[in-house]
Design a protein around this ligand. Sequence first.
Ligand code: C5P
Length: 233
Amino acid sequence: MTRPIIALDFATPQEVQGFLRNFSQQLYVKVGMEYYLQNGPDVIRSLKEQGHSIFLDLKLHDIPTTVHKAMKGLAGLGVDMVNVHAAGGIEMMRAAKEGLIEGSSSEVPKLIAVTQLTSTTELQMQQDQLIQSSLLESVLHYASCAHKASLDGVVCSVHESTMLREKLGSEFYKVTPGIRLAGGEQHDQKRVATPADAKTLGSTHIVVGRAITASSDPVAAYHQIKQEWSRSV
Ligand code: C5P
C-alpha cells in the first residue's frame, strides 16, 4: 500500500522544514515547480537525507533529446517518481525513460505522464488544443500512448481511474490529486474525491496538498487520510 503523497506546495525551505517538523515518520512527498524552480536540486538532496520518498512533479515537455538529458540528470538526484506531458509524444516519453535508466545508479525512478490537466475543461481542450473528441477519450488516448511507451502510469482525475483500470489494467499507476476528506474545504479544485472513493474508483496513488498542509492539525489529517486510503478496498 503506497502512502498518500503529500504535495509540498511551499515556496521556501524554511516553510517546508517547518511543516515536516510536525512529523516523526518518513513521508512520501511531492515537490512541484514552485518549490524546485526557486530553490534548486539542493531541496531534493535535503529531503533524501531525511529519508523521505520523492515525486518530483516537473511535467517535462520538450524535444526528445532535451527530455532525455534532463531526465538523466533528475535520476541522479535519486528521486522516486517523475513525470512528463503525454502531449510530448511517444518518442519523447521513450526518450525520458531511457534517460532515467541511464542516469540511475540503483532503482530507476517511476515515470508517469500527465494526460489532460484536471484544470482543463472539455470545451477548453476542444477550443485551445483543437481536439474534437471528448475529454475522457483524450485522456484514454494519452494514457494508451504512455502505456505503449512503457511508462509506469499517468496522473489523472479520480473520475478517470475506473476507465483507465478497465482499459490498461490495475498495475498501471493512476496517480490522483483532488483529494479531500468528506465535508472538507474544496479550495480551487473542481471535482474532489475522498481517499476511500479514490481507492474504490481505481486510483493507485493519491496526492494530497491542502487537506493536510492547510489543516490546523496536519498530523491528524495525514493519519485520517492514510487510514481511510489504506482501509478501503
Ligand atoms: O492542495 P491540493 O490537494 O488541491 O493539491 C493538489 C496538488 O496536486 C497540487 O500540487 C497540484 O498542483 C497538483 N495537481 C493537481 N491536478 C493535476 C496535477 C497536479 O491538483 N492535474
